[in-house]
Design a binder for this molecule. Structure first.
Ligand code: GTP
Ligand code: MG
Length: 556
């Protein structure tokens, strides 16, 4: 158990974002100067998308000789990397060194002979490998080693946290357990690339890219996969030739608005995914949301996917969060812990409704870090001042300009420990004047609320919008009460007055226990128990109209 009393200052842990998306295989050990160079978001995206194009996904028996498997596949070309995982069976992700290897593998692959059903003849990079003589071939074979694709259970996490030696290290432990692994990140890009193949049937130059928490450095194992169908390459016009007396233009179908175009495109792509997409199930077209989307489950990878198009602002938000997450290791550690805490107490939910979202929570944590003295991260306006000409981005009239090169941003001189930051985060939001102030990461300052929503977090790019418009007063009150309770618990421990005995969870682990939620209603009113609390929340959610409940989807 750690000694009571936290140091206020400590050397900041080296800013290794730890995110799989940040690692540069083969480059990091080469030279410490080079290894501290952080790639820009577009560089990471381009590299991983290209890698995904050279990768195949193979359903195979769990008991298989890895050596023979690799030898068999290497007839088609050099294999760069491979790994196995479980999702409705055992799968292998195999990355070839050249794209041509895939065509070679497809040449020897048969279409399935199904007796009672009929296979839709769509050839993809998703294969099934079977043993010619399974009883003999698998007999003495041990199952292959599978990489984990989900987080540990909360109880196991609590135990792990208890063996850390400080609250700071508890936060880093949680992040290490929860963050996306290199393998999981690769799989996310591969899933996008498989969907891109389907969309390419209509739009050969399109790209499908991940955005949101899959790539913004705050993704947790098991989080949904937000996909962006990017048609910009098709729309990009060549510079007009000065020679000759004519202009050439494509004849194209015209529709009344961009929204209608997006709905129509997603509608057909949704049908293709539903009808031809191997492993794609439960396809839902949610085209009337503020931002139309197609939701489906990709069974081979186990991802719940939300496909949108014309969503460039969300892509910029993802890049902005990537920059903040890459600047200082405390940013990610704090955000992961706050997100995990919020989920443990039902402050966030997977069901759309009047709950605070992970996106809103992240904005709150970033705002808090901008308010430290000295600030730990810059404001969005400061990032805009650092922008080069090529960083300029105006999306549908919204200024989305900010410096994309993390290496250009001066590191903070703030050396506060995460012990202090976590406790002060709860203290800060436990006492925030939500009734009159809004949160604004562009300015890094509270501002008067322009309208009376209980929680007002200004959308950093579409500045007239509130990203937490869906949150009702009762959900905000729950957040505030829990934040106060947690600030109090951490302060008591800090003074060495912990009411908990040595064998009980402490620090961050104590904050994740269900008892925290029940304690914070004690004294105010009789405890009603978690079930009635949940029912009350659900009843509240029914009070808000349908349009409001779509805000959650609409924000994608
Ligand atoms: P998870 O809960 O881990 O999925 O976090 P996430 O950041 O991926 O959130 P989500 O899947 O709900 O949304 C994906 C992305 O859409 C976010 O990262 C944002 O860029 C954007 N987004 C989500 N909600 C809103 C919103 O209310 N307003 C706006 N403008 N963008 C949003
Ligand atoms: Mg998401």
């Amino acid at each position: 158990r750690r000694a009571p009393g936290r140091p206020r200052l400590s050397p900041v842990r080296l800013s290794s974002t730890g995110a799989a998306a940040q690692r540069a295989p083969g480059r990091e050990e080469a030279d410490s100067k080079v290894s501290s160079w952080k790639k820009t978001f577009p560089e990471v995206q381009a590299e991983r998308l290209e890698q995904a194009q050279r990768t195949v996904l193979i359903n195979c028996p769990a008991k298989i000789s890895e050596k023979k498997f690799l030898k068999y596949l290497s007839h088609h070309g050099k294999i760069n990397s491979h790994y196995f995982y479980e999702s409705y069976g055992t799968y292998a992700v195999v990355e070839f060194s050249e794209k041509d290897s895939i065509a070679s593998l497809q040449d020897i692959t048969r279409t399935p002979g199904i007796e009672e059903e009929c296979a839709v003849p769509f050839k993809s990079r998703l294969f099934t490998l079977t043993l010619k003589n399974s009883s003999i071939q698998a007999a003495d074979q041990a199952p292959v080693h599978c990489h984990k694709q989900s987080t540990i259970l909360v109880n196991d996490l609590v135990q792990k946290l208890c063996s850390a030696d400080s609250v700071s290290n508890q936060l880093y432990t949680l992040m290490d357990e929860y963050q996306l692994t290199e393998e999981n990140t690769k799989l996310r890009f591969l899933a996008c690339s498989l969907i891109q193949e389907i969309a390419c049937a209509y739009f050969p130059e399109c790209t499908v890219k991940p955005f949101g928490s899959s790539v913004n450095t705050f993704g947790k194992l098991g989080c949904d996969l937000d996909m962006f169908l990017d048609l910009d390459e098709i729309e990009r016009s060549p510079t007009r030739t000065k020679t000759g007396p004519f202009y050439m233009e494509y004849q194209m179908k015209r529709v009344p608005s961009q929204r209608i175009a997006s709905q129509r495109i997603l509608s057909v792509i949704g049908d293709c995914i539903d009808n031809f997409g191997p492993g794609c199930v439960g396809v839902q077209k949610i085209l009337n949301a503020r931002c139309p989307l197609v939701r489906f489950s990709h069974q081979p990878t186990g991802f719940q996917c939300d496909l949108t198009t014309n969503n460039r602002v969300a892509m910029r938000s993802s890049e902005l969060l990537y920059i903040y997450g890459s600047l200082d290791s405390r940013v990610r550690a704090l955000v992961f812990s706050v997100r995990c805490w919020a989920r443990a107490h039902g402050i966030t939910s997977t069901i759309p409704g009047p709950w605070i979202t992970n996106f809103s929570l992240t904005m709150m944590a970033l705002f808090f870090l901008q308010k430290r003295t000295p600030p730990i991260i810059p404001t969005l306006d400061q990032l805009k001042d650092l922008a080069d000409a090529e960083d300029k981005h105006i999306v549908e009239g919204h200024d989305c300009t900010f410096a994309s090169n993390v290496n250009k941003i001066k590191p903070t001189e703030n050396t506060e420990t995460l012990d202090v930051l976590l406790s002060d985060f709860f203290e800060y939001f436990g006492n925030f004047a939500f009734n009159k102030n809004s949160i604004n990461i562009r300015k890094g300052k509270e501002q008067n609320k322009p309208e009376p929503s209980p929680l007002y977090i200004q959308n950093p790019f579409e500045q007239a919008l509130n990203i937490s418009k869906n949150v009702n007063q009762s959900q905000l009150d729950r957040f505030v009460a829990l934040a106060r309770e947690c600030a109090w618990i951490l302060q008591q421990e800090d003074k060495g007055h912990s009411s908990l005995s040595n064998s009980q969870p402490w620090g961050l682990a104590a904050l994740l226990l269900p008892s925290v939620a029940s304690n914070c209603v004690k004294g105010k009113k009789r405890r009603k128990g978690p079930t009635s609390e949940r029912i009350k929340s659900l009843l509240d959610s029914l009070k808000i109209n349908n349009a409001n409940s779509l805000v959650n989807n609409g924000g994608k």
